[in-house]
Design a protein around this ligand. Structure first.
Ligand SMILES: [Fe+2]
Ligand SMILES: [Fe+2]
Length: 473
């Protein structure tokens, strides 16, 4: 296991050659995928040579092969992490029993829904990001954008393999539908709200890869603990790719923060905008917007679906097998404050019903670590202001806090008080217009746009002025 067959039309390590029906079905889906990629995938520099990594083996350290590739010729394939010998169901009522290699009838619909919702996010983000190369702040960043794009498209392949391979005709129909929904389309939108939000500037792109791809990390990690072993193995390999997306987001924002601090100090009035930078209050508003949107992706605080999925072993907690001793999660509760008559009242929720909240905790801790890093950058640059994560109750549109109003610290406030602060807390149309006015392409190797600091080092040991994208410009 592990090595990938590149002689196949669809590179894979799932022995596709031995399953002719499945192979034919996927080969039929492949041209539709390529048509989708050309129509709504990257639209600028779309056929230039890009320094990309391609999976050539799933073994640790051996799966990333770097070279210049034209994106339409990228080898998208189907790769599962190697099976864990004697793997048992990590979570729920059957924890400890052997994992499933086929889908049990009673869990078929739930598993299909879980896979479709995950799958839908992958092409959605490619669609959201399709114009960004037009305004790339450097070739280094442009290359990273394209790396993220081709890998999200590969994640689509990973999920489509599961739909085709394990869910028969309705799986194939779902795979077709994944290529017909469109991010932001009023008639046929993507399933989750954050994946219908426009992503037309690079501050948004870095917030998206920081916060939304990080949500993806936690969703994949929870599915990596699934009793359905092919799903677990798919997600484990996707997580290795996802790490780079998170790197792009966290370091991209760190570089914007650093440059913002430098320009703030440079300006006689401490105004980074006057120096052509993105000021820290604007960065904070972008953080507030994207963090709160991404918290919604974890689902309701109190959820019987979450309890059912956990009980059935369809999902586990973050690092369920490795980090927990008790995998039943019975006889325990989790405190979830509810707003009642204007006051927050603690309610004890059975732990299984609060699994979305448990996963959200791990996500918030992870995001807070990135904030600390950016704040160290501010300190290094000699500024005393700091960035903060808003409270988990702030500006939510899903779950028990939706439709209510809270300040950045999570205190309940009136709708009028929220509106009075809105332009201080969330991006305004003026902010958006200002940020977009800065978006001008920089295609000269090694050069950076004025509003972003250079990264510490290049990709895969290459220098910063490497020709990461061979443009004709
Ligand atoms: Fe992905
Ligand atoms: Fe990603």
């Amino acid at each position: 296991m592990g090595s990938i067959d590149y002689d196949e039309r669809i590179p894979n390590n799932v022995d596709l050659a031995s399953d002719r029906r499945l192979k034919r079905a996927l080969e039929k889906w492949q041209p539709d995928f390529l048509q989708w990629w050309r129509a709504v995938g990257p639209q600028a520099l779309a056929t230039d040579e890009v320094y990309l990594r391609t999976a050539i083996s799933t073994e640790p350290g051996g799966w990333a092969n770097f070279g210049h590739v034209r994106m339409p010729e990228y080898r998208w394939g189907i790769f599962l992490a190697d099976p864990e010998p004697d793997r048992v169901i990590p979570a729920g009522d059957d924890a400890g029993a052997p994992v499933w290699q086929e889908v049990p009838g009673e869990h078929r619909n739930a598993l299909k829904r879980i896979i479709v919702v995950q799958a839908d996010t992958e092409p959605a983000s490619v669609e959201q990001q399709r114009w960004l190369a037009d305004t790339a702040p450097s070739l280094y960043d442009c290359r990273n954008l394209f790396q993220v794009n081709v890998e999200e498209a590969r994640h689509l392949w990973a999920m489509v393999y599961l739909l085709h391979g394990y869910f028969g005709r309705d799986g194939r129909e779902e795979a077709d539908a994944l290529l017909t929904r469109r991010s932001g389309d009023p008639d046929s939108p993507r399933i989750l709200d954050a994946f219908n939000q426009p992503c037309t500037d690079w501050l948004t792109f870095f917030c998206f890869t920081m916060f939304t791809d990080r949500d993806g990390k936690y969703q994949l990690a929870s599915l990596a603990e699934s009793a359905f072993d092919p799903l677990s193995r798919s997600c484990r390999f996707m997580l290795t790719e996802e790490a780079h997306h998170l790197f792009v987001g966290e370091t991209g924002l760190d570089r914007i923060v650093r440059r913002s601090a430098q320009l703030t100090r440079l300006d006689p009035n401490g105004d980074a905008r006057a120096q052509g930078g993105i000021d820290l209050p604007t960065i904070q508003r972008w953080i507030n917007h994207w963090f709160s949107y991404c918290l919604d992706l974890f689902g309701a605080e109190v959820s019987s679906n979450a309890a059912d999925y956990f009980a059935a072993g369809l999902k586990g907690r973050y690092r369920e097998a490795a980090s927990y001793d008790d995998h039943a999660a019975l006889g325990q509760t989790r405190t979830v404050p509810h707003l009642q008559d204007g006051a927050l009242i603690d309610k004890e929720i059975p732990l299984r019903m609060a699994m979305n909240e448990v996963l959200r905790d791990d996500y918030i801790t992870d995001c807070a670590r990135s904030l600390e890093r950016w704040n160290r950058t501010l300190a290094e640059e000699g500024l005393s202001v700091r960035l903060e994560l808003p409270h988990r109750r702030f500006f939510r549109r899903q779950g028990i806090y939706a439709g209510q109003h809270f300040d950045l610290q999570g205190n309940p406030i009136s709708a009028a008080a929220f509106e009075a602060h809105r332009s201080e807390w969330l991006p305004t149309e003026d902010d958006q217009a200002y940020v977009e006015s800065l978006m001008k392409p920089v295609y000269e190797p090694g050069r950076m746009a004025n509003w972003i600091a250079a990264p510490r080092k290049g990709i895969h040991g290459q220098p910063l002025d490497y020709d990461y994208v061979r443009t004709d410009h």
